[in-house]
Design a protein around this ligand. Structure first.
Ligand SMILES: Nc1ncnc2c1ncn2[C@@H]1O[C@H](COP(=O)(O)OP(=O)(O)OP(=O)(O)O)[C@@H](O)[C@H]1O
Ligand SMILES: [Mg+2]
Length: 355
């Protein structure tokens, strides 16, 4: 691994040899900057040098080694030199944000889908690189279900103290699971919050370089997100009535059995949403401002809801019922699902906030 300028502590070498003996799946966990991605590269280098194919699932939507942020990616490594160049993802699953908080279901189901895809390739090793979220209730839930769903042969826990012990404890009696605890390399560096953001911006910018504008008809796709495209469109009379109730400009409204979804232009009176809820007899009212949808990340997904490409939403044409977006995807004909994320970014990579 000299080419990659990785310095390998002896215990990293021992653990890789042990994994070589028993095989995977291997799940690598540890706090931010603990060396997860570096360890995965080392492990991949070791296996590919022996002619074994490694299916690497990147389950870190914040600082992915593979693919763009806000998605999970699967790539296959057949030779050590594959590590030296950017790998094109074989499959992706859209998360919708760079932070898994608020997207735990997308994280879990995405990992499952990519794992099934990886297993179908019958590789020499399936490797899962997880994200650095190790503290708090979301981390506990996420890691519990990632391990539960994957049922790995090995967990490699990178920790200098007890940073991930609370995440390992629930699995102490899991049949067949082997846990290897190793220390982060002394050569590891923990990036500052700003440096992590800059790294994400660079990845987004590279991803959207050369992307073009596309129009996607809402009738051509199933939409998953805040409610758009899931109900019956309300007509002019109701839109007017709702505009009066919320004291704003409602430009689009839909009603389904449980919810009313509205798109508004500008400000509105949030206090009045309960009136809309009462009058339309729904459990929930969701309101989105048009400005909040502008630049929202979307997943352009295929018939199995695997992500073909990321997109950036720019405009909703309410008359034509179509969405104008920016994406590097050339052939929009394969898009069957539109998954609406929560993070807003521009094509230059800058993160613009969340709705
Ligand atoms: N063994 C090593 N030799 C040299 N540099 C290392 C080593 N381990 C980690 N580093 C460096 O430390 C930094 C953090 O490592 P890495 O990105 O692998 O951690 P991570 O746990 O994947 O972080 P994140 O949570 O941000 O994804 C990187 O700049 C990496 O190059
Ligand atoms: Mg990493």
């Amino acid at each position: 691994m000299e080419d990659l300028k990785i310095k390998i502590p002896p215990e990293w070498k021992r653990s890789v040899e042990e994994i070589d003996g028993h095989g995977g799946p291997v799940l690598v966990m540890g706090a931010q900057g603990s060396g997860k991605s570096t360890f995965c590269q080392f492990l991949t280098g070791h296996f590919t040098r022996q002619g074994k194919v490694v299916a690497w699932i990147d389950a870190d939507p914040g600082q992915p080694f593979l693919g763009p942020p806000a998605a999970l990616s699967l790539a296959v490594y057949a030779e050590p030199k594959d590590l030296l160049k950017e790998r094109k993802a074989l499959a992706m699953s859209f998360v919708g944000d760079t932070s898994p908080a608020g997207h735990l279901l997308e994280m879990i189901t995405g990992l499952q889908k990519l794992y099934r895809r990886a297993a179908a390739l019958d590789p020499g090793l399936i490797l899962v690189n997880t994200c650095g979220l190790v503290n708090g209730a979301a981390a506990r839930d996420l890691m519990f279900h990632e391990i539960d769903g994957l049922s790995p042969q090995y967990i490699v826990a990178l920790e200098s103290g007890k940073e991930v012990e609370h995440l390992l404890a629930p699995h102490s009696h899991r049949a067949g699971l082997l846990v290897i605890r190793i220390s982060p390399s002394p050569d590891g560096k923990i990036l500052s919050r700003d440096a992590r953001r800059v790294a994400r911006e660079r990845r987004f910018k590279e991803y959207f370089r050369g992307a073009g504008f596309h129009d996607l008809a809402l009738s051509d796709v199933g939409v998953h997100g805040p409610g758009l495209g899931t109900g019956e469109r309300l007509g002019f009379w109701d839109v007017n009535r709702l505009s009066q109730i919320v004291q704003g400009i409602v430009v689009h409204a839909e009603i389904s059995a449980d919810a009313l979804f509205m798109l508004v232009n500008g400000e509105y009176e949030g206090e009045e949403l309960y009136t809309a809820r009462e009058q339309y007899k729904v459990r929930e009212v969701t309101v989105l401002k048009q400005s909040e949808m502008d630049h929202l990340l979307v997943g352009l997904n295929d018939e199995k809801n695997l992500c073909l490409a990321l997109g950036i939403m720019r405009d909703i044409d309410l008359r034509d019922q179509s969405i104008r977006l920016i994406s590097p995807l050339r052939d929009m004909a394969r898009v069957r699902h539109l998954s609406i994320g929560t993070l807003r970014v521009n094509p230059a990579g800058s993160e613009l906030g969340r709705w």
